[in-house]
Design a binder for this molecule. Structure first.
Ligand code: ZN
Ligand code: ZN
Length: 341
């Protein structure tokens, strides 16, 4: 069968690889239909993720059909069924796992990062990682996982109907936070430097937008919140400036959720943590409950899937698409790879 293999950073090859074989107990054989590519695949391609070893098959945003179910797989996961899956593994033993938070497992392995991913025709998967979403078309199904990351931040921030939420950064992760917060009925302010992203954020449920490049962001957010600041701020950029902005603009006793990875140390006016008595929260990957919430949100038509997809290519074109995207990261939002019809 065919797979897209990254031999080393920047070097892709459409390869002939061994079929994974029959599913064992508790496993299913998946026929991969559609795989979304995101920023993490881009850093794998570019050799910027230190967790990746090569050769590696990338891809972790999956729409698949069950080709065959092994022994001990519940009857609801039968051949022919459309599924997506949680691409993270957890050890079950570390402190995070013992607290039931396997999404932050210290030994986490993600498909396409530490293990081979989904840009291949068939793959084996444990049934416990599968999610059914019978009503969703394939592109929407492959969009579930990237949206769950923002949804998890909304869960961490305990976003409720009465909250005003500021989402800083409207890439796919930020858009997921906007859509999940809107699904919970909150009022949302979206902030970005890119007008097209802000427009998409509006279609995903943001009532207000702030263009961070052309406005004094702090003043704009204060004006939109009667001088109080948002109840929840979700940071999905990962720069020192936005990390600081989050604690500066958030309301007293508010919640700040960080999903962005700051690549350098950030210096803070820590007095704000105390004075405002803030909840400062990290958010990593996503949980089973986030998948359920995103599927329900997508079922209700709560996300402009087609607007978020920039390019659809066959498996044969995935390598070239990654190279093009890598050369100009701002040129594309989400690339979908059609693996099998
Ligand atoms: Zn992704
Ligand atoms: Zn663990």
């Amino acid at each position: 069968m065919k797979a897209l293999v990254l031999d080393e950073p920047g070097q892709t090859r459409l390869a002939e690889v061994p079929h994974p074989g029959k599913p064992g107990a508790g496993e299913v054989l998946l026929q991969i239909r559609m795989v979304g590519l995101c920023g993490s695949d881009l850093s794998t391609f570019a050799g910027k993720n230190p967790l990746v070893s090569y050769p590696r098959i990338p891809g972790h945003e999956i729409a698949a059909t069950i080709a065959e179910a092994g022994a001990d797989v519940p009857a609801q996961f039968a051949a022919g069924m459309a599924v997506t899956m949680l691409p993270y593994s957890s050890c079950g033993l570390c402190a995070a796992c013992r607290r039931g938070r396997g999404n932050a497992c210290r030994n986490n392995q993600t498909l396409g990062v530490q293990r081979d991913g989904a840009l291949t025709e068939f793959a084996l998967a444990p049934w416990t990682k599968l999610k059914q979403a019978p009503g969703l078309p394939r592109r929407t199904l492959a969009m579930v996982e990237p949206l769950t990351v923002g949804c998890h931040a909304v869960r961490r921030g305990r976003v409720a109907r009465e909250d005003t939420v500021l989402v800083i950064g409207c890439g796919m992760v930020g858009l997921g936070a906007v859509a999940a917060a809107a699904f919970r009925g909150a009022r949302i302010i979206a902030m970005d430097m890119d007008d097209a992203k802000l427009e998409l954020a509006q279609r995903a449920g943001a009532q207000h937008t702030v263009h961070a490049g052309s406005t004094d962001a702090t003043t704009a957010v204060a004006e939109l919140t009667g001088g109080e600041g948002p109840d929840v701020v979700i940071e999905a950029v990962g720069t020192p400036a936005t990390f600081r902005l989050a604690v500066e603009v958030v309301a007293f006793t508010g919640r700040v959720v960080y999903i962005g990875y700051a690549k350098e140390p950030v210096s803070y006016e820590t007095r704000l943590f105390v004075q405002k008595e803030l909840d400062i929260l990290g958010s990593r990957n996503a949980t089973d409950a986030d998948f359920d919430e995103v599927i329900a949100m997508l079922d209700s038509g709560g996300f402009p899937v087609e607007d978020a997809v920039s390019l659809v290519v066959p498996l044969e074109g995935a390598g070239e698409a990654l190279a093009r995207w890598s050369a100009d990261p701002a040129s594309m939002r989400k690339i979908m790879v059609e693996v099998g019809l």
